[in-house]
Design a protein around this ligand. Structure first.
Ligand SMILES: C[S@@+](CC[C@H](N)C(=O)[O-])C[C@H]1O[C@@H](n2cnc3c(N)ncnc32)[C@H](O)[C@@H]1O
Length: 285
């Protein structure tokens, strides 16, 4: 729905994020979101006039710059929960919550679903420190008007603080948004326990999927850390493999599979990547 000549009108928006075919490695199965028609709605408020309703009822946007949606059509909230937040906390619990403070790197902030869902499901008696780069300052500033799921209603002050100051702090939570290039920001961090790797697809956001980028990420990880991503592309998994990481998928049926990478052995379903490499070359982006 959008405002035109003073009247609301419904629109259908196609929401798709694809990963390219490179060097004969076909990743056609790796699209983040199914092609499909999604309901869109919104308010007359600049770029936020194109809210797109995903299958779980939560809203996302489509980026004009990248020509991709910020989330899969399966559900903006559902994707954050099952692909990123629950796997991350499962591993954090296995390692005794890293002594009581979990340090999360959210690549990149976008509409903030991953960070906000992490807050919503924060384990009791644990501190959270979230670091999140984001190039698009205008987007962050506009988030106080975004139509978030009702379950985020207690997080309104967090959203407002982030939108105004790129920062939020309470007794148990600290969130820092860096307005700039993620590649530079990550070099300043250390001892990260969980990485939500949630850039746009490699096709349009290539700099955040290269071997060099993942090598830089690997250098700031705690030894029992985990990287979660929606991507199941061979070049992405290959980067993790070349870094000596184990490759898993999440165990949930609620949403399509993604990839979980970790130096530590985990209890998630394992991807037999060596078997795959008998058939395809290990090429990274
Ligand atoms: C798919 S969206 C992230 C969605 C977000 N995780 C959420 O849950 O709403 C990708 C975001 O990465 C940002 N971005 C892309 N390249 C970047 C870079 N090199 N440095 C920082 N931010 C970048 C885009 O502006 C966009 O907001």
């Amino acid at each position: 729905m959008s405002m035109s000549n003073g009247q609301w009108k419904m629109e259908n928006v196609k929401c798709e994020r694809s990963e390219p075919v490179i060097h004969g490695v076909c990743n056609g199965e790796n699209e983040r979101s199914e092609p499909g028609r999604l309901e869109s709605g919104g308010v007359d408020n600049g770029r936020l006039n194109k809210f797109i309703k995903t299958k779980d009822g939560s809203f996302t946007l489509k980026s004009e710059k990248y020509n991709e949606c910020y989330h899969s059509s399966e559900g903006a909230y559902t994707e954050s929960l099952y692909k990123h937040v629950l796997p991350g906390y499962t591993v954090a619990e296995k390692f005794d919550y890293y002594g009581g403070e979990i340090r999360i790197l959210d690549i990149c902030f976008g509409l903030g679903y991953n960070t906000l869902t992490a807050l919503l499901h924060k384990p009791k008696n644990v501190k959270l420190k979230i670091f999140s780069p984001e190039l698009d300052l205008k987007l962050i500033k506009s988030l106080k008007h975004f139509k978030y799921p009702e379950k985020f209603e207690n997080l309104l002050s967090v959203i407002n603080d982030i939108s105004r100051n790129l920062y939020y702090k309470s007794d148990n939570v600290e969130i820092e948004i860096f307005n700039g290039d993620a590649r530079e920001y990550v070099k300043k961090l250390s001892d990260i326990h969980i990485v939500y790797q949630d850039a746009f697809s490699p096709k349009v956001n290539k700099e955040l999927w290269t071997m060099e980028y993942f090598k830089n990420i690997s250098e700031i990880l705690h030894k029992n850390s985990i990287i979660t991503t929606y991507s199941v592309a061979t070049p992405v998994r290959c980067a993790f493999y070349k870094l000596g990481m184990n490759i898993y998928t999440h165990p949930y049926d609620e949403i399509r599979k993604g990839t979980i990478a970790s130096y530590a052995k985990l209890d998630f379903p394992k991807v037999d990547f060596e078997e795959k490499l008998k058939r395809v070359k290990c090429i990274t982006y």
